[in-house]
Design a protein around this ligand. Sequence first.
Ligand SMILES: CC(C)(COP(=O)(O)OP(=O)(O)OC[C@H]1O[C@@H](n2cnc3c(N)ncnc32)[C@H](O)[C@@H]1OP(=O)(O)O)[C@@H](O)C(=O)NCCC(=O)NCCS
Length: 307
Amino acid sequence: MMQTELRECSMRDGIDILEMLREIGPGENGFQNNAFNVKDEVFHNVIGRWIDISRGIGLEPGFVPQTLYWLYIDGRAVGIAKLRHYLTDSLRAVGGHIGYCIRPSERGKGYGNILLCETLKKAAEINIPRALLICDEGNTASGRVIENNGGVPERTDNGMCYYWIQLDIDSGIREIHPDDYEEMFELWKNTPGMGISEADSKIKMHQFLLNNPGLSFCFKEGNRIVATSLCGHDYRRGYIYHTAVLPEYRGRGIARMLVRKNLEQLKTAGIEKCHLFVLGNNELGKSFWHSTGWTRRNDICVYSRDT
Ligand SMILES: CC(C)(COP(=O)(O)OP(=O)(O)OC[C@H]1O[C@@H](n2cnc3c(N)ncnc32)[C@H](O)[C@@H]1OP(=O)(O)O)[C@@H](O)C(=O)NCCC(=O)NCCS
């Protein structure tokens, strides 16, 4: 039986990884390997930097967290995968969510298929809803690897093929991911009573989600987001925004469940009280909050002005 392991890059990584990086060289077909000429004595500094990047520490402007994985087969390092945690416009054009490479001496043995399959499991663990894979049009091996792992071709542009792999086929509640933005925005736009403003732009929403990890949830039915409830805190109080359920999914307790989850997570973060704002004419919204145990404050007025 073949032993397969996908190992996250760590300070325990040894010289066998460096040897693999040297064998791979500078990279090919869009896969870049800047570490192929790193000297033994600085290898651990480079690893430290990769770990920081994975945690989003010290990222260069426009860069997103990226985790590196090594594929081990029977104890030998045979390949690398790079998992980008969410997409930017630039990654949507070039790079996508995942880049991968098998060292030349180990190609053609089925390891490319295994490497992508294992990396997609990691992508699902961080709630990426669907993964974008991009490969050169002439890169038959990579195209096969992507299609073998469920890749559906979207388009070909400038000699590059764009594929999507659906990751999240389970229905139910899960944390919102920045890449859910477009689908959520459609839902909010089509939900009467919801106030949408420039504060809901993609960039602001990304910042909100990244600064408030583990607090916002959506509900999926099949591959579709049917409800959302966003939550954040300022270390003193929690705030809930955009609790919305598509009309055909209402009356099933979905919003109540999402809000309960928001509150549980706030409590875990040490936040004792949560506020929310409802438009004065949103009768449906007001009766939902009233019936789920929220108290309408008549002792507070909300003041707002532009900055
Ligand atoms: C793409 C790459 C990762 C494939 O790795 P691999 O371990 O050789 O691939 P596998 O052995 O798992 O084979 C996967 C599929 O590709 C096919 N394949 C492999 N090499 C091939 C080749 N040279 N030409 C055509 N098809 C090829 C295999 O037949 C297999 O298809 P199947 O399972 O439907 O029969 C590897 O070639 C590589 O590292 N290339 C350089 C970096 C790169 O191109 N990365 C992808 C950037 S998008």
